[in-house]
Design a protein around this ligand. Structure first.
Ligand SMILES: [Zn+2]
Length: 328
């Protein structure tokens, strides 16, 4: 078993100067596709479930599918991560389910929509850090808010992270990694014009904090995928994402975790639409979920290569959560 904390995966990425994708999962095919890509490219991997995903799958189902990914791939360091936890309670639930890493997003109130205050963020984050670290589980927090709304999460307004506030926040909370806002956003419609990330802000933050940095809303929304979706009956005009070159630049400047959800959704939708359009007689879910799984594997493999994750799965000995617990 190589279930490891998010902290170990990201600390190692920081040492090795590469990025690690955190890929969102809702079902079996997605988990299998991501793990096949990790195995083929020898990449450590973070599989993450949002509260929406856990609710959709009734918690236990998804938790056990994610555990199956760990059991089936003993040679790959895998972190099971809660994406956008909204309260201490949501973190406790995930940790009880066996997650090795949790995010508490105190940049928003518990409704996941209303921007919160700095003091609220510190308070709720500290409560999660205290609970999680006692169990060897690492914590990601967020400061600043992203644009876009996904799975009902997001205020819809970008507030670029204030570097000095980020430093103060890290010192006050003791978090293991920090999600920052530098212009990325959730969903498939990230920019009106050209993509524009605040690299100067990222540089400043990197100079002030030493823990791993996380980019949310970092799907690239490749044009060929949107073209495929639209070609086979979809309607997604004007969808745009963060170009891979920008993500590579961000990794160079010191980002370790890159969250990818939208691209996985798009590639599966394109593959499924293609089957439906070309073979309208088919009705076995395996006939369209199978090709969707293969398409997702290829997409994730390309990300693992581009982020520099490939080849690093055997670099270090996995530490148990018990060992991590003693390190805090
Ligand atoms: Zn996010």
């Amino acid at each position: 078993m190589a279930l490891v904390s998010g902290k170990q995966i990201l600390d190692e990425a920081q040492k090795g100067k590469y990025g690690v994708g955190a890929y969102n999962v809702n079902n079996m095919e997605q988990i299998q596709a991501i793990m096949a890509a990790a195995k083929e490219t020898k990449s450590p991997v973070i599989i993450q479930a949002s509260r929406g995903a856990l609710k959709y799958s009734n918690f236990t189902y998804l938790g056990y599918l994610m555990k199956a990914a760990v059991i089936e791939n003993p040679e790959i360091p895998v972190s099971m991560h809660l994406d956008h936890g909204n309260s201490l309670d949501s973190a406790i639930k995930a940790i009880e389910l066996g997650f090795s890493s949790v995010m508490i997003d105190g940049s928003l109130m518990e409704d996941g929509k209303t921007a919160s205050t700095y003091d609220y963020n510190v308070k709720v984050t500290k409560s999660v850090v205290e609970y999680a670290h006692k169990r060897g589980v690492s914590v990601e927090a967020e400061i600043g808010t992203l644009g876009g709304i996904e799975d009902g999460v997001g205020s819809g307004t970008i507030h670029v992270t204030d570097p000095k506030e980020a430093k103060k926040f890290v010192n006050e909370t003791g978090v293991d990694s920090l999600a920052i806002a530098i212009g990325t956003s959730h969903g498939a419609y990230k920019f009106k014009g050209a993509a524009n990330l605040a690299f100067d802000v990222l540089k400043e933050i990197r100079g002030l904090i030493s823990i791993p940095i996380v980019l949310h809303g970092a799907s690239s929304v490749p044009k060929n995928l949107i073209d495929d979706v639209n070609k086979y009956g979809g309607k997604m005009p004007g969808a745009t994402g963060v170009p891979m070159e920008s993500l590579q630049e961000a990794i160079k400047l010191g980002v370790q975790k890159i969250n990818v959800d939208t691209d996985g959704r798009l590639v599966m939708t394109a593959a499924i639409r293609k089957v439906f359009a070309e073979s309208p007689e088919k009705f076995d879910p395996r006939d369209y979920l199978g090709p969707a799984r293969i398409a997702l594997t290829d997409l994730i493999k390309s990300k693992m290569l581009a982020f520099g994750t490939a080849g690093h799965s055997g670099d270090y000995a996995p530490k148990s959560l018990e060992e991590m617990k003693r390190s805090y």
